[in-house]
Design a binder for this molecule. Structure first.
Ligand code: UDP
Length: 494
């Protein structure tokens, strides 16, 4: 592998994609010394630039702006990331993202001219099937990177290509590619997916893009070979191209339990200003008992409904357990706007503060620092894949509340395959009672029966994840071996 090789990377415009893409760029750089160019829209490049400048010293990771004008696609000005987009505008955003094809083509042509040969490959987001055409027509390879797990990716891919829920009146159905006896439920599909019939805007984006991605020269998957045997087996069989498991894309420092703040963890680069200083949170966590705290978060861009928020607050309080809750305005309000006291039970915040029972963190928390603290006993999570990996790498079991995307499949897999999750409810439409919240928290944290079993299984998975990225002398974990294998294969057949 010559160190003078160049790889172009193209993430989808969402934090849950930008963060693992950047982590992958760093990994490739560290292991191969290759030059990397991450291409994206100007505002996302700005975000990546500030993240990189905060965290690395001597990097060969370059950033390239691809021009993008959201208003040309009927979107509000400066809409370049899913974080401020409602589900109803999402399909418009997906279609708009295809306009990056021309500037990407230009970028790759410019690199080819400057360097006298095309880049080694384009690593494009699995959502950008069109990048396969760009790569192949410009004499290079395309590798699709799925930032999701194998099981979730498989469900997503097969659901879009087959729309199995449309050929039955029943609420539950099988998904082609999964074992016959695996049943999925209509409520595991978001409302636009439920209505998709191949002629709607969502299908019109995803069906051709997935078909193109399957024509990639290989896939990279942000998972660990040993933790998703079923998902990987069926995904590989279904798409028929090599799948390299190179996850979890977390910093090594995140892979040990700590009782105090580890500043290298924040180098993961989530890059947003937290609503409360990490030091303050860790200080509070240091006062709590081991495995006693509930951490509640719905990811980088989601929130729940007003009535659900009320039930969650009441349930948390009634459980008597300590908690850290990342709160945002509920559905229907500006998610980045001010948080109003009326969305929580009367006097809730004051009671929590006075009794030191919990911390309410506005909008954004240093999640990895929190999950890697030994006081955290369970993560009430929307089951976004990065959150899943972050939690399981720390041996923290999950109370699932999946909302959109492939989160419901992640939740199902963690319940049925891994046994580390109990699903409280799903979607923003569901009716949740505070009693259910209280019951599930008590069950997981009581240290007996199912809760104990979940914790044990989560710890086993943490060990497997830790081993996958180990490098000690001659011994290398499966994810490092896969990354090296991917780099060798791609370089040698060039
Ligand atoms: N995150 C964070 N603080 C927050 C919320 C999210 O650091 O308050 C990070 C989290 O650690 C994870 C990412 O943002 O790395 C969220 O990705 P995930 O796949 O879990 O969910 P998404 O936001 O894509 O729905």
């Amino acid at each position: 592998m010559g160190a003078d090789q160049h790889i172009v990377m193209l993430p989808f415009m969402a934090h849950g994609h930008l963060i693992p893409f950047l982590a992958l760029a760093r990994q490739i750089q560290e292991r191969s010394g290759f030059k990397i160019t991450i291409a994206n829209t100007p505002l996302n490049i700005q975000y990546l630039r500030s993240t990189i400048s905060k965290t690395s010293t001597n990097s060969n990771i370059h950033l390239a702006e691809l021009s993008f004008c959201s208003t040309q696609h009927g979107l509000p000005p400066n809409t370049e990331n899913t974080e401020n987009i409602s589900l109803s505008e999402m399909s418009k955003f997906f279609h708009a993202s295809s306009s990056l094809e021309a500037p990407l083509r230009q970028l790759v042509s410019d690199i080819t001219k400057q360097e006298g040969r095309p880049p080694l490959c384009i690593i494009s987001d699995v959502f950008f099937g069109w990048a396969v055409n760009v790569a192949h027509s410009l004499g290079t390879k395309n590798i699709s990177f799925t930032t999701c797990g194998a099981y979730g990716t498989m469900a997503y891919v097969s659901l879009w290509l087959n729309l199995p829920h449309r050929s039955t009146d029943s609420d539950d159905f099988a998904i082609p590619g999964f074992p016959e006896n695996y049943r999925f439920h209509r409520t595991q599909l978001h409302k636009y997916f439920q209505l998709a019939d191949g002629t709607d805007e969502w299908s019109k984006y995803f069906q051709p893009q997935i078909l193109l991605s399957i024509k990639s020269d290989g896939w990279l998957c942000n998972t660990v070979e040993e933790i998703e045997p079923l998902g990987l087996e069926i995904l590989r069989k279904y798409i028929g191209v090599p799948v390299w498991t190179i996850g979890p894309l977390l910093p090594p420092a995140a892979l040990k339990k700590s009782s105090s703040s580890d500043s290298s963890i924040s180098k993961h680069g989530a890059g947003k200003a937290p609503g409360m200083a990490a030091e303050k949170i860790v200080k509070w966590l240091n006062l709590q008992k081991e495995d006693s705290v509930v951490y509640v978060s719905f990811g980088s861009q989601n929130t729940i409904s007003e009535t659900q928020m009320m039930a969650l607050a009441m349930g948390l309080e009634a459980s008597g357990k300590r908690f850290i809750w990342v709160i945002r305005p509920p559905l229907g309000f500006d998610i980045t706007g001010e948080f109003k006291a009326e969305w929580l039970p009367e006097g809730f915040e004051e009671r929590i503060k006075e009794s030191l029972k919990g911390l309410l963190v506005r909008n954004w928390a240093p999640q990895l620092e929190i999950l890697s603290h030994k006081s955290v006993g369970v993560f009430l999570s929307h089951c976004g894949w990065n959150s899943v990996l972050e939690s399981l790498s720390q041996g923290v079991p999950i109370i699932g509340w999946p909302l959109v995307a492939e989160q419901t499949y992640n939740s199902k897999m963690m319940m049925e395959e891994m046994g580390v999750n109990v699903e409280l409810t799903r979607t923003v439409e569901s009716v949740v009672s505070w009693k259910d919240v209280k019951k599930v928290i008590e069950m997981v944290l009581d240290g007996k029966g199912k809760g104990k079993e979940m914790k044990k299984k989560a710890s086993k998975i943490a060990e497997k994840i830790g081993r996958a990225i180990i490098e000690e002398g001659e011994e290398q974990g499966s994810s490092l071996l896969a990354l090296d294998h991917f780099l060798r294969t791609t370089s040698s057949s060039n």
